[in-house]
Design a protein around this ligand. Sequence first.
Ligand SMILES: O=P(O)(O)OC[C@H]1O[C@](O)(CO)[C@@H](O)[C@@H]1O
Length: 527
Amino acid sequence: MHTTSSPANWQSFQSSHTRYPELGFTIDTSRMDIPSDFPDSLTKEIDRAIKGIQSIEKGEIMNPDEGRMVGHYWLRNPELAPNQELKTQITQPIADLKVFAQQVHTGKITNPKGGRFENLLIIGIGGSALGPQFIYEALGANSPLKTFFFDNTDPAGIDATLAKIIGTQGGLKSTLSLVVSKSGGTPETRNGMLEAVAAYEATGLDFGPHAVAITGDGSQLFEYAKNNAFITTFPMEDWVGGRTSVMSTVGLVPAALQGINTDDLLDGAKAMDDRTRSADIKENAAMQLALAWHHAGNGKGEKDMVVLPYKDSLVLFSKYLQQLVMESLGKELDLDGQVVNQGVAVYGNKGSTDQHAYVQQLRDGVANFFATFIEVRKGRDGESVEVDPNTTAADYLQGFMRGTRSALYQSGRKSITLSIEEVTPRTVGALIALFERAVSIYALLVNINAYHQPGVEAGKKAAGIFLELLQQVKGALTEQEQTADQIAASVQADAEDVYHCLTHLAANDSASVNYGNSPASDSFKAS
Ligand SMILES: O=P(O)(O)OC[C@H]1O[C@](O)(CO)[C@@H](O)[C@@H]1O
C-alpha cells in the first residue's frame, strides 16, 4: 500500500482544481469538502461580489467610510484606471523609480562621500513594511543592496539593526534610508526615522542626503523630506491602501533597488487579475478561495486560516497575509451598519518546520482551522545530493507536504493547496494578487468594507493618553517614596494606569522602585 488516498479523493481532486498554465499555478480545494451546490446558496452574494469588484476596478467609491476609490488593481494594469490623470499617477512613478534604481546601481547617485550605496534601510510599519519584507525574503537573494528594516519603535530592535548595518563594510555612510509612510504621521515610523537621523549624525553624517521618502503629497513626512534635503520623494496615492500597496512605490522602489524584476512582479499580478475576473466560478481561483473561506467558517470566520508555504523564501507570506486578510476583514460593522464582528484569523510560518512545532495540535487538537498549503514544485536550481538512495531533500519536502495534507484530511481537518512551479517575481506577483482579490470578494460576500481600519484608531488614541499620563506621573515623582494610589490621587488618574507608568519609568532609569508585597504597596521616587 503506497497511498493514503482513495478513488473518491482522486475524483474530487479532478473536479476541484483549477490550473492557470501561463502562471504555472494550480488551486486545489478538494480537501475542503465543499458541496458542488454550495455556490447556489450564495447566488445573491456571489452576484454582489462580481459586480462589486467591477465597481472597484471602475473607480467607484468602494471605501465609503473614507470616501475613497480602491485602486490597487490599476497598479499592474494602468489601462484600468478611470482617467488619464490616474494612469499617469501610476506610470510616471514606475518610470521614475526604475531610473532612480539604475542610477543607484551604476553609481550616478552616490552617498555624499562619493561612494556607492551598498545598504538599504527601510523604515516603515504595517503595509509600509510587510510587503517589502516579504518581497525581499522571497526574491532578494541577489540584491546588490543588503537590506535592513526598522519596523517598530522598539529601541533595542533599532540598536540591533543599527549594529548590523554599522558592521557592514560600508556602514551607515553607504546606507540609503527609505522612509515609507502613506499618512506620513505614523509614530513608529517617525520614531524610527528620528533614531536613524541620530545614528547618522552620531557618525558625522547628514541624514537627508542618504534618504528617500515614500509618502502622500503634503504629509508631515513629505514636508520633512523637503526641509531636510532628502535625495527624492516618491508619491503614494490615497486610493491605494497600506496593506495593498506592495505593487505601488511602496513595494516597487525597494524591489527595483534590490534588482528584482518589477515588470515581472506586476505582470504576474495582472495575469492573476485577468484570470480571476471571470464570472465562472470554476475558472476563478480568487472566487474559489473566498468561497472556501466562507464555507469553512460559515461566513463568520469560525475557522482560522493556517498558511503553510513549503519553501523557506516564502516564510513571510503568512505574516504578510495576516495584515492583508485580518486588517481588511476584521470588522465590527457591515456596510448596513449592523454589528457582525467579521474576520478570518491568519497565522503560519513554513513547512516542514512547523510539523515539529504546532502541527501536532492541527492533527489531533481543537479543529478550529483550515490549512492553506503552498507548494513550490521545484526544489532548487542545479544538482542535489542524495540524502537517501535516489532521494533528495526536495523529495522529502514534497513528501512532508503531501503527508501532512493527507494526515490532516484523515482526521477531518480541511485544507486548500496552492501550487506554483518556482518562486519568481511573476509567481509572487500572482500569489499576492490572488489573495488581494479573494479578500475583495470575501468582503463583498459578507457585505463589509475591506478598505478602512477604524479599529486601529482606538489603540492609537489610548497610546496617546498613556504618553500624556506618563509625563504627568514623571512630574509627580518626588524625593519621597509614593505608592501608585498616592500619585494617582495627585494627578487625578486611574491607579492602575499610573502604576504601569511607574514600572515603565523605573525600568528606564527615570524612577526608582521599592517593591512591596503587591502593586499597591510598591513605592516609587524620582531617581
Ligand atoms: O503607511 P502608514 O500611513 O505609515 O501606515 C502604516 C500602517 O498603519 C495602518 O494605517 C494602521 O495600522 C495600516 O493600515 C498601515 O499599513
